[in-house]
Design a protein around this ligand. Structure first.
Ligand code: MN
Ligand code: MN
Length: 303
């Protein structure tokens, strides 16, 4: 395995964490999602980093992959449980870190937030070369269940490669029987997700599509689609991008989203649809990124 530049990774991690802290402080009833996104992404850009992916701001039954749309009008409600997931990037080294915050004025979400945070801390304490991913998953689900919740079984941690957010290894949030062992020097992200006991514990794709990925060049006829594809290939050919980032190319919602769908049909781009708990139950998440060591791990991003 190629030796990772851990110091550079920590700089990427720090920028990601700073941006998330800025975002977390802004999450209040009535605040607009797009202002939070602009502040977090603006911080990373100002620090001279690229983006590993657009900031994900996923509310209540959404588990992941919502990012504000072009000219998004959405605002946070009174009792929202909000997942913030983001990463800066440098030379293909990708940050990936997340936390959950609540807009409730009481502590109704407190134990759910603790469940995923404690599960994450427990998992981190187990990370070392030779640790089996199913044992980590078992510990994650035990912590979540001890708080009266259940893990989401079809989301989990993963290896992180250069320009590759989901590489090689999968780290489940329950005991899935996978004997795969962690290897020294591996960069991984661990991300426990919890939902209510009477939820399904499974996420499915919802309707919203705001995050896209360039796949390959393609011949498209419509002028708008050609313009859009050119901009995507120039600026966002490696990491996932947000539809709203292309507002300087097509600043009309209908034109932008129709052209994105035209490019999807042509195979030039793909999408990451928003992921929702299949029963609509609320979801919490915490995520950290670390390098696997011989006897422990070196955390590069945690919030
Ligand atoms: Mn993430
Ligand atoms: Mn991740």
């Amino acid at each position: 395995m190629e030796k990772l530049d851990v110091e550079k990774l920590k700089e990427v991690g720090n920028a990601s964490v700073e941006a998330l802290n800025i975002a977390a402080q802004m999450i209040k009833p009535g605040a607009k999602l797009i202002d939070v996104a602009k502040a977090a992404e603006g911080h990373v850009a100002e620090k001279g980093f690229d983006f590993a992916f657009p900031i994900n701001i996923s509310i209540n039954g959404q588990a992941a992959h919502y990012t504000p749309s072009l000219n998004d009008e959405l605002a946070f409600g009174e009792n929202d449980i909000v997942k913030l997931d983001f990463g800066a990037a440098k030379d293909g080294l990708l940050g990936d870190v997340a936390l959950t915050v609540s807009t409730a004025s009481d502590n109704r979400h407190a134990s759910m937030l603790e469940a995923t945070k404690e599960a994450l801390d427990e998992a981190i304490s187990m990370v070392k070369a030779g640790a089996r991913v199913s044992d980590i998953g078992k510990a994650i689900s035990a912590k979540i269940e001890a708080k009266g919740f259940q893990p989401i079984r079809n989301l989990g941690g993963h290896g992180v490669g250069v320009h590759n957010l989901h590489a090689d290894i999968f780290i489940p949030n329950y005991d899935n029987g996978d004997d795969t062992a962690l290897e020294e020097g591996q960069l991984i992200a661990i991300e426990p997700f919890a939902t209510l006991k009477n939820g399904k514990g499974i996420v499915v794709e919802g309707d919203a599509e705001e995050i896209f990925q360039f796949e390959q060049s393609a011949n498209v006829r419509m002028e708008n689609s050609r313009k859009l594809l050119k901009a995507i290939m120039e600026k966002y050919s490696t990491e996932p991008f947000a539809a709203r980032w292309l507002g300087s190319v097509l600043n009309d919602r209908f034109a932008l989203y129709s052209s994105l769908h035209d490019l999807m049909r042509a195979g030039a781009i793909s999408s990451y649809p928003v992921l929702v708990e299949s029963s609509g139950a609320i979801v919490s998440q915490h995520e950290a990124e670390m390098v696997v060591g011989k006897d422990s791990c070196d955390v590069v991003a945690i919030v």
